[in-house]
Write a protein that binds this ligand. Structure first.
Ligand code: EPU
Length: 332
């Protein structure tokens, strides 16, 4: 374990916010966690890859950052393999491990930044797949009792960008390991339109599906090494059928997806674009020109400038559609 005080966080958040925290604790081994009662009794924030967090200023508490890694084959049965993956493992290492070992299931999630321990919290998803499709269970410690937990997929109550870790267990858990079941037999999910179109005429393989997913991502999303952002800033909103029908009369080209009985999910990116924000820039803060769901820092944007942009986006979408967008990123 390493402990630092008044620690700069610029390199620890993909938005590139130049802020600091009062104390920074790096966890090198999962076994250190039960000895950290003093840290968890005071204000703290568990920070993975910092790719889904917006720091709005100096953080007065302790930032806890896991760096323990490891991808372990825990079991092999029939046509599947069970992997136990440590929280500090970069997600990209996991998808690459699967590609190199011919394990199917996570290829549509290639290229997502962040650490494995964060994946179940917001049930990361892209191109028709979600982490929950392969997660078997999630292990960790309750930070209030320091007792270990192991929650099954069902107990995690996964939903769209959602899980129990964002509700009842919010701020009460330190995830140490995530267990994934991957198929050893080809099993592709090509339901997402742009992926299906790009794969047309090609026999799908782990290599070409991963490459295609990366190409689609790169065509729409900024390279976080060059432009600060946290991926989709907002969740896609869900509205009831009556509101959807009324909106459709005003906006006949509205993109929608079924979201359970009487519910329709809309594309926040399209709403933001129609509200005039796509590509709009205010100083160094703005909305990405190729995907309006992404709020970006073009260089030296201050947290206040990013906040001003995202709040104005919410206000303008509200005015035009009477829909309140909810941020998907954690705002601290
Ligand atoms: N659209 C617009 N204008 C835009 C952006 C999108 O009209 O500026 C329209 C598109 O034309 C399309 C629809 O909105 O018809 C949906 O767009 P897209 O397929 O790009 O996906 P999304 O719903 O905007 C979600 C995830 C992304 C994920 C993609 C691909 C959320 C909040 N975002 O975006 O996730 O990569 O699907 O599956 O669900 C992330 O979470 O950080 C992230 C990037």
């Amino acid at each position: 374990m390493k402990v630092e005080f008044d620690f700069p966080l610029k390199a620890y958040n993909t938005f590139g916010m130049d802020v600091s925290c009062a104390r920074f604790v790096q966890i090198d081994r999962a076994e250190e966690i039960p000895m950290m009662g003093d840290v968890f009794d005071a204000p703290h924030y568990i920070l993975g890859g910092g790719s889904n967090t917006l720091f709005t200023g100096h953080y007065e508490g302790t930032v806890v950052h896991p760096v323990f890694r490891g991808i372990e084959k825990a079991d092999e049965a029939g046509d599947s393999v069970l992997l136990r993956v440590a929280a500090g493992e970069p997600w990209e290492n996991l998808t690459e491990h699967c590609r190199l070992n011919t394990l199917y299931g996570l290829e549509n999630l290639t290229g997502i930044p962040g650490l494995v321990g964060s994946a179940p919290v917001q049930n990361i998803g892209a191109y028709g797949a979600e982490a929950k499709d392969c997660i078997v269970k999630v292990d960790g410690y309750y930070t209030d009792t320091l007792q270990p937990f192991s929650l099954s997929n069902e107990e995690c109550r996964f939903g769209y960008r959602d899980s129990i870790f964002k509700h009842e267990l919010k701020g009460r858990c330190f995830i140490t390991h995530v267990w994934f079941r991957l198929s050893t037999l080809p099993r592709f999910n090509l339901t997402y339109k742009a992926l299906a179109q790009a794969m047309e005429g090609h026999e799908p393989t782990l290599d070409n599906v991963s490459e295609t997913v990366l190409a689609i991502r790169n065509s729409k999303l900024p390279d976080i090494r060059k432009i600060g952002c946290a991926g989709s800033f907002f969740k896609n909103p869900v509205v009831d059928a009556a509101q959807y029908t009324a909106l459709l009369a005003r906006f006949p080209d509205l993109v929608s997806y079924p979201a359970g009985e009487g519910q329709v999910k809309l594309a926040a990116g399209q709403l933001i674009e129609k509200a005039g924000w796509k590509g709009r820039r205010e100083g160094d803060a703005g909305v990405y020109p190729l995907q309006a769901l992404v709020v970006v820092n073009y260089g030296n944007a201050k947290p206040d400038e990013i906040c001003q942009v995202y709040r104005q986006v919410i206000a303008d979408v509200q005015d035009l559609f009477q829909i309140t967008l909810t941020p998907e990123v954690n705002i601290l």
